[in-house]
Design a protein around this ligand. Structure first.
Ligand code: 13P
Length: 338
């Protein structure tokens, strides 16, 4: 294992307020997003949309790396240039989602375990050869009546740690993503309690599996009220609760924390991140690794119409600029156009 190379990549991914564009929707998730938008779901449309994203001019000024899905890694621009070449030439670091999705966990109604460990070493080696320099694996935790169970937290933490150790062996920086879902009507305090429990379990497993903390990144949920909760926490309450949990659970050796957006609107996700940078100095870089909160306005503006590519790219760039400002603590509502 070349530890220094891992550390250098991990640091580069979170340097200067830059963050990650998560564009690793699986074929089924991409279908869902396209259908919501009334866009035809074909391989050609997915390719066209991903070409729009990766060819956005100046994206590398605000974004350090892209998280891709397997299909995208093998695609090319209409002129034949491979997407991986386009990404590298733009100065962006390519990464890859390597989990095979959350599947129902036996004996645990309402809970899942993320699969994909079998044969993972070989898949990681292949992605490294294709040019990927980091990877992502998402474990999913549900809050509900009596949920999450220790059983579900344990298996997901274990899988995340085994994935992370394999990544580092191969030379890929693991992004460790334990997502406590926003779904439900739980309170902010309940989300804080569950997120803390999950992160404690994850870091205990990472330690057991010998994962080098300096050569990984954490991609957590923010601590928020449940999406259906009658009382919604304020921007400041979310930022404070999130930092309180992270400061208790994430070792300072971890170079960066890059949040998922998890269903927050684009503007709210920027405001939350910005508010985390208004007070105390933090031991890690704190930035974004958003999917929907970066892409949704771009997807709507494009809407599957070839003539709208530039409009879509403008929307993506706007969100990228806003989120880099948020990661530097200089975002304000005035940056949002009327
Ligand atoms: P969202 O920001 O849309 O939650 O997506 C991030 C991600 O990578 C989920 O795995």
């Amino acid at each position: 294992m070349n530890t220094q190379a891992l550390i250098d990549i991990a640091k580069a991914l979170v340097a200067d307020g830059k963050g990650l564009l998560a564009m690793d929707e699986s074929a089924s998730t991409c279908r869902k997003r396209f259908v919501e938008q009334g866009i035809e779901d074909t391989e050609a449309m997915r390719r066209a949309y991903r070409e729009l994203l990766i060819t956005t001019p100046q994206l590398a000024e605000s974004v350090s790396g892209l998280i891709l899905f397997d299909e995208t890694v093998h695609q090319a621009k209409l002129d034949g240039t491979s997407f991986m070449d386009v990404i590298r030439e733009a100065g962006l670091i390519p990464g890859i989602k390597v989990d095979l999705g959350a599947k129902p966990l036996a004996g645990h109604p309402g809970e899942t375990v993320t699969e994909g460990l079998d044969g993972l070493r070989k898949r990681l080696e292949d992605y490294f050869k294709l040019g990927a320099r980091f990877a992502k694996w998402r474990g999913v935790i549900n809050i509900g009546d009596g949920l999450p169970t220790d059983g579900a937290i344990g298996v997901n933490a274990h899988a995340l740690a085994r994935y992370a150790a394999l990544c580092q062996e191969v030379g890929l920086v693991p992004i460790v993503e334990p997502e406590v879902l926003m779904d439900g009507n739980h309170s902010l305090a309940r989300c804080a309690e569950v997120t803390e429990r999950v992160l404690r379990a994850v870091f205990a497993e990472l330690d057991r599996q010998g994962v080098v903390l300096e050569g990984m990144l954490l991609k957590p949920n923010m601590v928020t009220s449940g999406a259906d909760a009658a009382e919604q926490a304020s921007i400041k309450q979310v930022a404070d609760a999130t930092l309180a949990v992270l400061l208790r659970t994430v070792p300072a050796a971890v170079p960066g924390i890059a949040f998922l957006s998890g269903g927050q609107s684009a503007e709210v996700a920027s405001a939350h991140l910005n508010d985390m940078h208004q007070g105390q100095a933090l031991p890690w870089a704190v930035t974004f690794s958003y999917g929907r909160a970066l892409q949704q306005p771009a997807l709507s503006a494009w809407n599957g119409v070839p003539g709208n590519v530039e409009a879509g790219q403008k929307e993506l760039m706007h969100r990228a600029v806003c989120n880099r400002a948020a990661a530097l603590g200089t975002y304000n509502e005035g940056m949002e156009r009327p």
